[in-house]
Design a protein around this ligand. Structure first.
Ligand SMILES: [Zn+2]
Length: 67
């Protein structure tokens, strides 16, 4: 029985670390706005390209979100 229980603990640890990574990943998402076409979207990229008009660099700004 002890072996079965430790397997359950490992499964729980894997699940919680997966949830943590998922949360961390979400928190790294930034919201961007294209100042050329006004489109807003979320991306993890440092220098995202507007999916609508293809603008990048200074034409794409980070949107600060109130939480
Ligand atoms: Zn755009």
């Amino acid at each position: 029985m002890a072996i079965v229980k430790s397997v359950d603990v490992v499964k729980m640890m894997i699940k919680s670390s997966y949830l943590y990574l998922n949360f961390k990943r979400r928190s790294e998402m930034k919201k961007f706005r294209c100042i050329l076409c006004g489109y807003e979207w979320e991306s993890e990229e440092e220098n995202p390209v507007c999916p609508v008009c293809g603008a990048s660099g200074d034409d794409v700004v980070v949107v600060e979100e109130d939480k």
